[in-house]
Ligand binder design. Sequence first.
Ligand SMILES: Cc1cc2nc3c(=O)[nH]c(=O)nc-3n(C[C@H](O)[C@H](O)[C@H](O)COP(=O)(O)OP(=O)(O)OC[C@H]3O[C@@H](n4cnc5c(N)ncnc54)[C@H](O)[C@@H]3O)c2cc1C
Length: 469
Amino acid sequence: MKIIIIGAGPGGYETALLAAKRGVEVVLIESAHVGGICLNEGCIPTKTFCKNAEVLDSLREGETFGLTDLTYGFDFSKVIDRKNAVVEQLRGGVEGLLNNKLITLVRGKASFKDAHTVTVTPGATPVTMEKSVEYSADHIIIATGSVSSSLPIPGADLPGILTSREILDIEKVPSSLCVIGGGVIGLEFASIFSSFGCEVTVLEYCKDILPRFDTDLAKRLKQSLSKRGISIETQAQVTSITECDSNAYTVSYTRKGKEETVTAEKVLMAVGRRANVASLNLDDLGLEYTQRGIVTDERTMQTNIPHIYAVGDINGRMMLAHAATFQGIVALDHIMGVENQIDLSVMPAAVFTSPEAASVGLTEDECKERGIPVKCLKSFFRANGKAVTMGETDGFCKVVVAAEPKEGAQSPYQPGRVLGCHLYGPHSSDIVQEACAMISRKATLEEFQSVIHTHPTLTEVLQSAIHSV
Ligand SMILES: Cc1cc2nc3c(=O)[nH]c(=O)nc-3n(C[C@H](O)[C@H](O)[C@H](O)COP(=O)(O)OP(=O)(O)OC[C@H]3O[C@@H](n4cnc5c(N)ncnc54)[C@H](O)[C@@H]3O)c2cc1C
């Protein structure tokens, strides 16, 4: 058996490695650096910035921890150097892993010639091929990821309007930043640049920030970020961007019928991402896709052409690195006829703001919309010993549990089954993992309650929530 994988991000390269481990021959095609958006322009570089932000925040609180006469400078070029070094180190690691006799890494841009054949043309960075080459295989997995979206408004294409790619390489911290979009990416950059000493305004079109998250959590996280000095305007419809002088932009928006403006040295467009279908020649192939991405079967990741699969951001299901990787496993297992227990509907997600937020499973709002009776159990970081010792007491943990339906009504879930966990506060992205493990095994509240937590740890916030019945 031979598989072609297009795109070497966390969807493509992890699948290639697993396939090779299972003895399958793989042609992996990549038009840029291996590691994809995640390693080169997404998860990894942003998290190196997050660490810089954390160090600065700790220094600002130095007096609380007994540091006196503290003076320090902030050399932003070192932040960029560190970020580049981390990315290069990890990229080198991936390149090393891909150096496998069953994997042929082809550096070029892939396009479908027919349903079993892909043409790869030169033009990739950093290494490229000299002329076009064709590859054929029994199965093809598309993992070409996504690209930043923009708004169809005047000024959106002005030179100097940043996307998440450019902001990672700016030369200095701007004095002010207007972030258009209060989703995960926008808020992470807002939090980071606020810690870097920049005056940040976030403009979000929806009623709340983080539209897909638990509204309770989104509201409180907004308060937390506002307390840190980040100005967040929700229900703000951005209408235009103009350059007011060579050093600033004016962003105009309407909010509750009123025209408003924000002036900032830099503007970050963070209004979501769209599937990267360009140049694959999908129309000639007859492969079905919508604005959201390539249409796939939710269990197998098969497209309408059964031997072609689409995993990761390209199918628009869940634009997260680990979602891409696990969809890749599911696709490979389907190709090879391997059974697995992966439940892609239990997908954890984290927001690396300060404080962090994280979520897995159903939210209270979703349950309400679907008529699922639930009860919610809550606990607060301010009552968690470890959080108090750390001086990071802002946040809560909320567990959604299936409840007994009213007489005559029905619920798809057994009463007592834990359906979701949503939290914000220190290390939420780590704590959510326990809930994820249990929820993916369909655990009940009683089973959750039987797990012993080390004391004193932040994970006890989950223990306190599930014992708060
Ligand atoms: C700023 C930012 C921060 C993020 N932070 C997180 C985070 O903390 N956690 C998280 O889970 N997710 C995060 N994400 C999302 C995450 O990066 C993506 O979900 C993930 O990279 C998707 O993986 P993928 O394999 O589907 O695609 P990608 O990582 O986008 O990889 C696709 C690859 O395909 C290549 N390619 C495209 N077209 C072709 C072609 N025609 N021929 C050959 N190669 C091609 C591209 O060059 C690219 O390398 C972040 C994203 C951004 C932008």
